[in-house]
Design a protein around this ligand. Structure first.
Ligand SMILES: [Zn+2]
Length: 249
């Protein structure tokens, strides 16, 4: 079975420093790819999105470059941020590569990776934040700016490239990598979310009565933990004293 090769992100992590700059943890979509295609039906149909955690955000393909506007671990943007702010803590890096670990040569390109390594091994070298060739196409200059943020303009101009992209050279490598990657299915089966709709919660796993759950640390709400470790539906509120799951409205 061929797995969808789209790269998505499921979590953000922080660079060191006071300003808690974020980058995102990548994973492979892992849904079944459409016959003769690199992507699954969900990724193919995903609406372009500016939200890095959305399926509609273009983080490229596994085994390919991470686009410059992606803030995924390992991409050009990520490496330029490391050059500025320093490398994230070891535990953070472990978390960042929990699902997949790709070479920086693959995800940022050989030139950037070499620059990065040179910078890391000697004194700090300021990385170019963006290479000329990687500059994404902008939308027309004359576009009214009033209601559009910079990010939105970019996403609209670059769009999802799953369909246009053709990188046959990486195929062999990807096929090899795919075998060692555990497919991971994400529950975002509906439309990509708008920024304002995304809610981040801290959860811990909980085993109760033989079932596995995710427990919202702030509210004690329990969500089903799916076999693929995804987050399922809300089942109730965990009452720690009664050791019972209570209904919520
Ligand atoms: Zn997919």
């Amino acid at each position: 079975m061929n797995y969808c090769q789209a790269r998505h992100c499921d979590k953000y992590l922080y660079f060191p420093g006071e300003k808690r700059a974020r980058f995102y943890r990548p994973y492979q979509c892992g849904e079944q790819a459409l016959p003769g295609d690199r992507v699954c039906a969900l990724c193919k149909a995903a609406k372009p999105s500016n939200v890095q955690l959305s399926r509609g955000f273009n983080h490229g393909f596994i085994g390919d470059l991470i686009p410059p506007n992606s803030h995924a671990y390992g991409g050009e943007w990520y490496l330029s941020m490391v050059a500025k702010r320093g490398e994230p803590a070891k535990e953070v890096l472990e978390e960042a590569t929990e699902h997949i670990e790709e070479d920086f040569e693959t995800t940022a390109g050989p030139e950037i990776a070499a620059l990065f390594r040179a910078g890391m091994s000697s004194t700090k070298v300021e990385m170019p934040t963006r290479l000329p060739k990687a500059e994404p196409a902008r939308s027309q200059k004359g576009e009214p700016k009033a209601r559009q943020t910079k990010k939105k303009t970019q996403a609209a101009a670059t769009g999802p490239s799953y369909i246009q992209e053709s990188c046959a050279a990486a195929e062999a490598k990807i096929a090899e990598m795919t075998r060692s990657i555990t497919p991971r299915i994400v529950e975002a089966l509906s439309e990509p979310l708008d920024v304002c709709e995304v809610e981040y919660i801290d959860v811990e796993t909980l085993k109760f009565d033989g079932d596995k759950y995710y427990k919202d640390l702030a509210t004690n709400y329990l969500y089903k933990r799916l076999a693929n470790k995804g987050m399922g539906e809300l089942v109730g509120k965990f009452n720690e004293e009664a050791l019972a799951i209570m209904d919520v409205d």
